[in-house]
Write a protein that binds this ligand. Structure first.
Ligand code: TRP
Length: 349
């Protein structure tokens, strides 16, 4: 492939193929939680029809902070099983492990060369994470993490990137890098769009309903893990912090606790919040909690069974991930080849 600088990219979007969606979720906990499920996986699943989808487990990102290799290995399998249990369909979407596709890291290195030091230093997630243990102790990997994320996205010429609000800045950086590369070296990358989840799909901590449900929250009492037992979940819902007053209304500012329970209820049942509020008119918080506790207990019961089934057959999981990586490389390899060509590298014969 010898291309003049002015040649249009043969790989970019708009050349007749289906638009592509891409996302990843870090395997940094023993389980994903309800916030990941509603905030991410359900959107991933919904996008599978309209988009050619690429979903992956960013294990290379997971080593940018202190970690345990044995745990990383196990968590990678759990992550894959939970994505599948959520409805990611390997017949329609490529589901894979990031490190199985070496083109991510190869492209990241090239993008390092066009990213400004100051530009990377302005990433708020890096500033937050590195401040935690004193910035002198943060790894260079943590600093360059968003550039690897940009490579994850650009290597597939992705059009849409479903992520939470906290990742918006990283997608913005990705767009800037794509445009910069295209401008300097000729049209190469599709410039992606972030797809931020709706506010009602956002799930908050049951014990602190003003902060989002997160695996890194100090206490797990307010976090519903997808591996929780039905009993544990019912208890967590029963002990959820609610607001003063008694009336069940959706008011995010004045009653964040009840609003959160209503959001979860709505997300689980697919029913409108207004309809649920009408149903519980005149009832106590306790009624809502019991009903939601039952619904969630049933949900984690089924979800847990499905996940365990998948984890019990590692050979099958390995096969699914291998097929996903193979499909991913079919798309990633030509992009990397074009990038090398544009960058002026002599290619091996
Ligand atoms: N940084 C993302 C997160 O922490 C995970 C991720 C890595 C990702 N690479 C990505 C998300 C590419 C979307 C696209 O949630």
């Amino acid at each position: 492939m010898m291309l003049a600088m002015s040649d249009a990219s043969p790989l970019r979007s708009g050349t007749g193929r289906r638009p592509r969606a891409l996302s990843g979720a870090q395997p940094t906990a023993d389980s994903y939680h309800l916030g990941n499920y509603f905030g991410a996986f359900r959107q991933w699943v919904a996008l599978q029809d309209e988009f050619e989808a690429f979903y992956f487990i960013p294990d290379l990102h997971a080593i940018t902070v202190d970690y345990d290799p044995a745990l990383l290995r196990e968590r990678t399998y759990i992550a894959a099983a939970q994505m599948l249990a959520s409805g990611v369909d390997p017949a329609r979407s490529a589901l894979f492990v990031q490190s199985h596709v070496p083109e991510h890291a190869q492209l990241a290195w090239i993008l390092n060369g066009i990213t400004g030091f100051g530009e990377a230093g302005r990433m708020t997630q890096f500033k937050d994470k590195s401040a935690k243990n004193g910035s002198d102790n943060a790894s260079v990997g943590l600093f360059t993490y968003p550039i690897l994320m940009a490579a994850d996205i650009l290597i597939y010429q992705a059009d849409k990137v479903p992520v939470g609000e906290d990742q918006r800045q990283h997608v913005e950086l990705t767009r800037n890098l794509a445009q910069r590369f295209n401008h300097r070296f000729g049209p190469t990358f599709t410039v992606p769009e972030a797809h931020i989840v709706k506010a009602t799909a956002k799930i908050y901590d049951l014990q602190d309903p003003t902060s989002k449900m997160s695996g890194s929250n100090a206490s797990h009492a307010g976090v519903v893990d997808l591996t929780d037992t039905p009993k544990q979940v019912a208890k967590k819902v029963r002990s959820a912090v609610t607001d003063s007053g008694t009336e069940i209304v959706y008011d995010l500012a004045a009653k964040p606790g009840i609003a959160n329970l209503l959001s979860i209820y709505s997300a689980l049942t697919g029913r409108e919040i207004a309809e649920i509020v009408a149903e519980y008119e005149g009832q106590q918080y306790g009624h809502l909690k019991v009903a939601l506790g039952d619904l969630l207990a049933e949900f984690v019961g089924t979800f847990g069974d499905r996940t365990r089934e998948l984890l019990d057959d590692r050979a099958e999981l390995d096969r699914i991930l291998a097929a996903g990586a193979e499909r991913a490389r079919e798309v990633a390899a030509p992009t990397l080849e074009l990038v090398y060509e544009r960058s002026g590298f002599v290619r091996p014969v």
